[in-house]
Design a protein around this ligand. Structure first.
Ligand code: NAD
Length: 344
């Protein structure tokens, strides 16, 4: 269970300076996504003398070179705390800095990726992504301010929410997940499936954005507490090796992995059918198809020739999964996702 402090609500970002004071920090490094420039400027002003510097170039999958650059800035300004504002990339960089320096972290997420409540850090070196888990990686404070999610364009809103849904779905078919984790997962899936269409209908709906963000928080907790299976393994291998965009990749893979796995995970299928009010794979596929950007692995730029190699890598050391993972089965799933044709 995430043991940090969670502050939430519209305008909650104004509480960050108090949180820094509580930590006794004097020189804050802001780690910020470029998209959060305005919020970053406001935070820097609100921090006053406690503001030291901003590092504004986090990258997906935490490349170690970027961490080295940010570390140099942190050392130069003698930073003693980090405030990360942005999506999973900014929060990943914050974790990477924290484990190298021991600095406390305050995370202010602006997407639904969920990294802020997990003890997990994925880093990329020479094109290979490795994932480590340590309770010390999780930020001590998370500030959920739904107003910071209003700037997410339609495409990112949709794909990031499906990324969150994937955490909940995989927790539901983890046979070792606790009752508490299953409860989080059902609540997260319910929240995402009901709030996402409302948000997509009106991106500026703060109340619906708040519901979606809360569901994404619970989904992040699922990612922290459950064993992730084939879906996250595919996303890690494809994302880390080919640099494919994280949220879009999760969004397009999810219906295909659900189609593959749910036949072997009847309890998860029944719970998801209740919250989806029908066939959950269809519901998720319909949402994924609403994306105006790439919705197939082919459109995302993955060469057809890579599918077999990816399938073999995944099958050689599969993550725990309800259905046996063979290279042929994974290749079939990847081919369906590459073409965008859901197997019946
Ligand atoms: P991201 O942080 O890379 O952000 C995607 C893009 O959206 C960026 O250009 C960013 O600037 C922009 N953006 C972010 N918030 C925005 C907003 N509110 N409005 C407009 N634009 C905004 O993407 P992500 O999907 O949030 O995170 C992906 C990264 O996080 C990956 O590296 C992934 O591996 C990692 N991740 C890690 C964990 C974990 O537990 N360790 C969990 C989830 C994701």
């Amino acid at each position: 269970m995430y043991a940090g402090r969670v502050l939430q609500g519209a305008g909650a970002r104004a509480l960050v300076p108090d949180e820094i004071e509580r930590l006794g920090a004097q020189r804050v490094l802001l780690v910020a996504a470029p998209s959060s420039a305005e919020g970053t400027q406001d935070l820097a002003t609100a921090l006053g003398e406690r503001y030291a510097a901003t590092f504004g170039r986090p990258a997906q999958h935490s490349p170690v070179e970027v961490t080295a650059e940010a570390l140099a800035v942190a050392r130069e300004v003698r930073a003693d705390a980090i405030v990360a504002i942005g999506g999973g990339s900014a929060i990943g960089l914050s974790k990477a800095l924290a484990i190298r320096t021991g600095m406390p972290q305050v995370a202010v997420p602006t997407t639904y990726a969920g990294s802020e409540v997990t003890p997990v850090l994925g880093e990329t070196e020479n094109g290979v992504k490795t994932t480590r888990r340590d309770p010390a990686f999780a930020p001590g404070t998370v500030v959920y301010d739904p107003e910071l999610t209003l700037s997410m364009p339609r495409g990112l809103t949709l794909t990031s929410a499906l990324n969150a849904l994937a955490h909940a779905v995989e927790a539901l078919w983890d046979t070792e997940a606790s009752a508490a984790t299953r409860a989080y997962a059902v609540e997260a899936a319910d929240g995402i499936l009901s709030a996402l269409p409302v948000v997509l209908g009106r991106l500026s709906d703060v109340a619906a954005r708040a519901r979606l963000q809360e569901a994404a928080w619970l989904a992040g907790a699922c990612l922290a507490q459950a064993r992730m299976g084939l879906h996250h393994q595919l996303a890690h291998v494809l994302g880390g090796t080919f640099g494919l965009p994280h949220a879009e990749l999760h969004a397009l893979l999810l219906p295909h992995v659900m189609r593959f796995n749910l036949v072997a995970a009847t309890d998860a299928a029944a719970r998801l059918a209740r919250v989806a009010d029908g066939d959950p794979t269809h519901a998720v596929a319909a949402l994924a198809a609403m994306h105006e950007g790439p919705t197939t692995l082919g459109a995302l730029g993955l060469p057809r020739a890579a599918l077999r190699e990816v399938a073999e890598r995944v099958a050689a050391s599969p993550y725990p999964n309800p259905r046996p993972v063979t290279a042929d089965a994974v290749e079939g799933l990847l081919l369906a996702a590459w073409r965008g044709e859901l197997v019946r």
